[in-house]
Design a protein around this ligand. Structure first.
Ligand code: 5AD
Ligand code: SF4
Length: 441
């Protein structure tokens, strides 16, 4: 057998934990390993390499890695040539410690070193958690010109300089780095040429993106307007944003750019000024509310979503009531809420914790309110007509599943439609996590 033949049969299984940036990174790693002769498999049991792309944001997320590695032990014992790799933020945070705790792991690669993964795989393993000076995306092999699903992610910015007191991201993803305009435009054009009609721009602080383009300094709003000029690109979204980086040009893009979808994920974390200060969020509840007013003035139908942490050290009943109060004032379309999880190395790690049962009760109360608001937002869509981009066929014959302009999953009876069609749909009904509608006449 030739070398080519042996490499061509290698199978790669990737499990992705955590955020959308990990989904994007997993795709790029799969493409990079594709150039080494690896093809993706859905079946871990017949893989030659298992890559776990991890999340470190909360303790539970990080612990999942170790329970999954525990489950991989028998497979590795059966097939010692199976390569096991750990990528992502746990790899960055724990480095070689992962191999000490779990000797079955062959390679550990941090999020800024993915372009070195193929060489590590060839060498049979290693640990790389450097923050190299070169742009990893530029050093990843160009993806093959294969057809893509209609909605894609595109990372434009990475890292965070905000240092919220609870958050590991500034340590695991490093300082804020914006990718240059020309590379983002080239990647977007390539995606569109491969069938993509909707792009979600990704970054830990995506609206902090800035760059140099024609005419000098560009802000994120200008980048969006430029992307909107690409023929065939119909929808633009972005996530995740920080309230303090919602610049005027971005708000104006929401007013004037029809391709920019009326949806904004804008984490606030708490509605208490005392807690916001302790979290180092650098804005007050009132400032957040005023910002929301300005965004809604520019785009009245925008759906707002957010993240909340309950039980942050020092949080009192009054602070919690302030959070509920902010939620009532805004009216969110959906929101994620988490119980505070102390993360080693972050400023809040050693602060005295709120009683766990108290935090649980607060989380339940907040989630009940958020669920109520989500239901109200979805029910408010019933009877309205909106764009839906079909992403996959449904389980019923003739059914399609797509995303509305407002990012709700929508089930539509559309026997003649294809994946990738962008159609007008009248919403007929709302259920717990989706909408149902029919093609508008
Ligand atoms: N504990 C709980 N939630 C956290 N998040 C980030 N760090 C922590 C932590 N230590 C939440 C924040 C953030 C989201 C991605 O995860 O709400 O916006
Ligand atoms: Fe973490 Fe705060 Fe940066 Fe968001 S803004 S990634 S919560 S440090």
């Amino acid at each position: 057998m030739t070398d080519q033949a042996t490499t061509a049969t290698k199978k790669l299984f990737i499990k992705t934990y955590g955020c959308q940036m990990n989904v994007y990174d997993s795709q790029r790693m799969a493409e990079a390993m594709g150039a080494e002769g690896y093809v993706l498999t859905e079946n871990q049991a017949d893989a030659d390499m298992v890559l776990l792309n991890t999340c470190h944001i909360r303790e539970k997320a990080a612990e999942k890695l170790y329970s999954d590695l525990g489950r991989l032990k028998p497979l590795k014992a059966e097939r010692p040539d199976l390569k096991i790799g750990v990528a992502g933020c746990v790899a960055q945070a724990e480095g070689a410690e992962i191999q000490r705790r779990m000797p079955i792991v062959d390679l550990v690669v941090g999020p800024q070193a993915y372009h070195r993964l193929p060489a590590m795989a060839r060498a049979g393993g290693g640990v790389d958690t450097e923050f190299p000076a070169e742009d990893k995306f530029e050093h990843l092999p160009k993806p093959a010109a294969t057809r893509r699903a209609p909605a894609a992610f595109l990372t434009v910015q990475e890292g965070c300089d905000k240092f919220c007191a609870f958050c590991v991201v500034p340590y695991t993803r490093g300082a804020e780095v914006s990718r240059p305009v020309s590379r983002i435009m080239a990647e977007a054009r390539d995606l569109v040429a491969r069938g993509v009609r909707e792009i979600t721009l990704l970054g830990q602080n995506v609206n902090g993106w800035h760059g140099e383009g024609q005419g000098g300094e560009w802000g994120f709003g200008r980048l969006i307007r430029n992307l909107a000029e690409i023929d065939g690109l119909e929808r633009i979204r972005y996530t995740t944003s920080h309230p303090n980086d919602m610049a005027d040009d971005l708000i104006e893009a929401h007013r004037h750019e029809p391709k920019l979808m009326p949806y904004l994920h804008l984490p606030v974390q708490s509605g208490s000024d005392r807690i916001l200060k302790a979290m180092n969020r650098k804005h007050t509840a009132e400032q957040y509310l005023r910002l929301i007013d300005r965004i809604r003035e520019a785009r009245p139908d925008i759906v707002l979503t957010s993240d909340f942490i309950v039980g942050f050290p020092g949080e009192t009943d009054q602070d919690h009531r302030d959070t509920l109060d902010l939620v009532r004032k805004v009216g969110f379309g959906m929101a994620y809420s988490f119980k505070y999880s102390p993360r080693p190395g972050t400023p809040a790690y050693d602060r005295p914790e709120v009683d766990s049962a108290v935090a649980d009760a607060r989380l339940q109360e907040l989630q009940a309110l958020l669920t109520h608001q989500q239901k109200a937002t979805q029910e408010g869509m019933v009877g309205r007509e909106m764009g839906v981009l079909f992403e996959k066929p449904g389980r019923l014959p003739g059914q399609m599943i797509g995303k509305s302009d407002y990012l709700h999953a929508v089930f539509v009876d559309a026997p003649d439609a294809q994946v990738g069609d962008l159609v007008r749909v009248r919403i007929r009904a709302s259920s717990s996590n989706s909408l149902a509608g029919e093609l508008a006449a």
